[in-house]
Design a protein around this ligand. Structure first.
Ligand code: PLP
Length: 366
């Protein structure tokens, strides 16, 4: 089986699974208890936080563990905005965990503005800046599109917003870029950044929210005051340990190689009648293609039977089909139906990717 749906989730690294197992079977004490064994577990959480913070180029106390990036994104929109009367600006390329929470706020009367995408799949920066004014409370722009892999120029966007409206808070959903893009969060000059462990070789069900020092976000989940009073609920120590192990493992790889393989695949698919969707700066780990024949779901099933797993749109959008982003890029309904998504990880070999590409092309030439 060749697995090319890593933007949906990744296989857990052996070291991450082992770290979780140790935490479950040996170091299983409640980190908030006061006896020595529990204090050791609590120290383990802080060690994990510091490993992740180091790799992300931020301070440990700027990272709060959450249950997933969906929670992190919802937290920012529901509790992280100081100027409650101000407007919110998001891009049309947001994942549903940002888009839907923004729409919830809109339905409650909030002024929510949506910046368009260019045909290339990046946010239209000029249009975004036109929507921002001194009354903008929050801007949220996805770092790497989960649909196309297109990388938005967050640093450039942040600098322009800070000039136009210094009090505006800036969030970026970094799920598809975290660690894999080699960009320290600190270099982006954002106030909030969300990440999810299961995109980098750790289990599903653990994420984080970066919040810049000095920000005063209210807790989203109230209770026992864990995570420095910001996120209650007994910490998921096995998955926190796995998250840190995965970050360490993932940081060992040269992520620039992904772009080399993606370029090769782009050439191959273009030569066989596929359209590449989202040609701008790309993370290298995601390739969105419009197939010449077959709806994505049919093609997905044909190649599945030949041992190749590919994605179509956003798998994590559950029951809702993730075509909002592709249609914001100007693709027609017919094109969207034929869009497949191949996504890679550090364990994807060139041989496997090329062999899968051949299977996909052959399936279209039946
Ligand atoms: N944001 C992006 C860009 C994603 O790709 C995903 C999941 O695929 C999420 C948010 C949600 O992450 P989680 O599964 O941790 O809630």
């Amino acid at each position: 089986m060749i697995y090319l749906d890593n933007a949906a989730t990744t296989k857990v690294f052996e070291c991450a699974a082992q770290a979780a197992e140790t935490a479950m079977l040996t170091e299983y004490f409640n980190p908030n208890a006061t006896y020595k064994s529990a204090v050791n577990v609590n120290n383990g959480i802080e060690r994990a936080r510091s490993i992740i913070a180091n790799a992300a180029g931020v301070q440990s106390d700027e990272l709060i563990f959450t249950s997933c990036a969906t929670e992190s994104n919802n937290w920012v929109f529901n509790c992280g905005i100081k100027n409650h009367k101000g407007n919110i600006v998001i891009s049309a390329g947001e994942h549903s965990s940002v888009y839907e929470v923004a729409m919830q706020l809109k339905s409650r009367g909030k002024d929510v503005r949506v910046a368009p995408l260019t045909r290339d799949g990046a946010v239209d920066v000029d249009a975004l800046l036109n929507l921002v004014d001194t009354n903008t409370a929050l801007v949220s722009v996805i770092h790497v599109s989960n649909e196309t892999g297109v990388v938005n120029p967050i640093k450039q966007i942040t600098a322009a917003i800070r000039q136009k409206s210094p009090k505006t808070l800036i969030h970026s959903d970094g799920v598809q870029g975290f660690i894999k893009l080699n960009t320290p969060i600190s270099g982006l000059d954002v106030d909030y950044y969300s990440a999810s462990a299961h995109k980098i070789g750790a289990p599903k069900g653990i994420g984080l929210l970066y919040m810049r020092h000095g920000l005063n976000i209210a807790p989203y989940i109230a209770g026992g005051g864990q995570e420095h009073g910001l996120r209650s609920g007994t910490q998921n120590t096995p998955y926190i340990a796995a998250f840190a192990a995965a970050v360490q493992e993932c940081s060992k790889y040269d992520h620039t190689q992904a772009a080399v393989l993606r370029d090769e695949l782009c050439d191959y698919f273009s030569n066989h009648g596929f359209n590449i969707i989202g040609k701008k700066a790309n993370s290298g780990y995601i390739l969105c293609l419009c197939a010449p024949k077959y709806k994505a779901e049919i093609l997905q099933n044909i190649v599945h039977d030949k041992g190749v797993i590919i994605g179509k749109g956003a798998a994590c959008s559950g029951s809702k089909r993730g075509n909002r982003v592709l249609s914001a890029m100007g693709l027609s309904g017919d094109e969207i139906e034929r869009c497949i998504r191949l996504s890679f990880f550090v364990n994807t070999t060139r041989d496997d990717a090329m062999s899968a590409a051949k299977t996909i092309v052959d399936a279209c030439n039946i």
